[in-house]
Design a protein around this ligand. Structure first.
Ligand SMILES: NC(=O)c1ccc[n+]([C@@H]2O[C@H](COP(=O)([O-])OP(=O)(O)OC[C@H]3O[C@@H](n4cnc5c(N)ncnc54)[C@H](O)[C@@H]3O)[C@@H](O)[C@H]2O)c1
Ligand SMILES: O=C(O)[C@H](O)COP(=O)(O)O
Length: 394
């Protein structure tokens, strides 16, 4: 088979993942025309012209706020992500962030970098100066975790292992998430309750309309005096001016975040990192492997796992002929699709349909090939967003 699939990469994606695209059937590059799928990390795609050839977008990471998800849904295009694949990397940096702030490590390093003189002079300066950097310990302090998904749960577990008390807030926690959460994590009834009692507060929610500005001036005021805020989610979740006001008034001890900005640059009590949360060899590889496998399974078989806009639907192949249909989740779509097939004398071998919100997705294995004019007929059904014919290759 000569390169039937074309994959466009918008960011550097781990080679360990990309090598899972077989070279004989995939062309992968940062400049392919008419791509079948796009792989992306943090590049913002909102103003990008996404070609009609695109069938899938895969975010080799967790957050999909850089992808025009609603527009893709309207075109019947799934947006995959690597749910949980970088959670350990972020968790480790969050723990490092708590320690950086608790032990005043950044100003202490700056102090050491400025020391001059012979060893005896430096020793004296160190012993006189160290009192300015005395810190606090994590053990026995309370950590509040807002968002108990893949990252929040891991942060909670590690904080407990460090001897911290942990409380969490997540009104949309999944059943699986709730099962895997330690029973030692105390449930906060509201964000305000969590803020009132936490020495450290860490944010692990996606950037959505509902979470934009989640930590605003009133919530900064609601935080416990002397507490530290950590933001490894997205910059727009926190009102930076409100946090700076809290720091200037000595109401907050520190702000550790993964998103530098002009506002935060050089401010006392602020530690900013260059969006490093997921930048480890392991996380980059995990994310790439996960999304490459998902994209292959979707392009070749129409199977869907781990998207942010489609239902999960995986159907083993039982016939060489498969149709994949994305459609609006409204009545009688399945009836119309199966009537069209029956009208053309095509027998359905297996059919599965799932829905998620306004989106529905159907896989149909047929006993004989579906001719192009019938595909066009199904595409013309009102509410059908996308139809793909997926013959099993030899
Ligand atoms: N700094 C980095 O490099 C880095 C790396 C990975 C992820 N992230 C960010 O972290 C976010 C979370 O990642 P994840 O893998 O844990 O995602 P996840 O989907 O596993 O978890 C998100 C959790 O937030 C909860 N949530 C949603 N709205 C909420 C609200 N209003 N209040 C409280 N909880 C709410 C959800 O129910 C879910 O449990 C990503 O969306 C991304 O923005 C940043
Ligand atoms: O949402 C994510 O997974 C992180 O923000 C990581 O972004 P990156 O892949 O650009 O490092």
């Amino acid at each position: 088979m000569a390169n039937p699939y074309r994959i466009l990469t918008l960011n550097k994606i781990s080679a360990q993942g990309l090598k899972r695209f077989p070279a004989e059937s995939y062309q992968v590059a940062s400049d392919v025309d008419l791509p079948d799928a796009i792989l992306v990390r943090s590049q913002v795609m909102h103003d990008m012209e996404i070609p009609a050839s695109v069938k899938a977008i895969a975010r080799a990471g967790a957050g999909t706020n850089n992808v025009p998800v609603a527009k893709m849904s309207a075109r019947g295009i799934p947006v995959f992500n690597a749910a949980g694949a970088n959670a350990n990397a972020v968790k480790e940096l969050v723990i490092a962030g708590m320690l950086l702030s608790a032990r005043n490590i950044v100003p202490a390093l700056q102090f050491v970098a400025g020391l001059a003189g012979d060893d005896a002079t430096v020793h004296k300066l160190v012993e006189d100066g160290k009192k300015h950097f005395a810190g606090i310990e994590l053990r026995g302090r309370t950590l509040g975790v807002i968002g108990l998904g893949a990252i929040g749960r891991q942060v909670a577990d590690t904080a407990l292992a460090l001897g911290m008390r942990v409380q969490g807030y997540d009104p949309e926690i999944t059943v699986e998430g709730a099962w895997s959460l330690s029973s030692q994590v105390k449930k906060a009834q509201s964000i305000e309750e969590l803020l009132r009692h936490s020495d450290f507060v860490t944010l692990h929610v996606p950037l959505l309309d509902a979470t934009r500005g989640l930590i605003d001036a009133s919530r900064v005021k609601a935080m416990k005096s002397g507490s530290v805020l950590l933001n490894f989610s997205r910059d727009a979740i926190v009102d930076s001016d409100a946090v700076l006001a809290g720091l200037h008034e000595k109401h907050l001890r520190g702000y550790v975040c993964d998103f530098p900005s002009q506002t935060l640059q050089g401010q006392a009590g602020v530690v900013t990192l260059p969006h490093l949360g997921a930048s480890t060899e392991e996380a980059e590889e995990n994310c790439a492997v996960m999304v490459v496998d998902q994209v292959r399974d979707y392009l070749e078989h129409g199977n869907i796992a781990n998207t942010v806009n489609f239902p999960t639907l995986i159907m083993p192949r039982e016939s060489a002929h498969r149709l994949a249909v994305a459609n609006a989740n409204v009545p009688n779509m399945l009836g119309q699709i199966s009537s069209a097939l029956a009208g053309a004398g095509i027998n359905i071998h297996t059919m599965m349909n799932k829905s998620r919100g306004e989106m529905a997705y159907t896989l149909v294995d047929t006993d004989s090939p579906v001719p192009p004019q019938l595909i066009a007929q199904i595409e013309a059904i009102q509410g059908v967003l996308m139809v793909r014919c997926l013959p099993l290759s030899e």
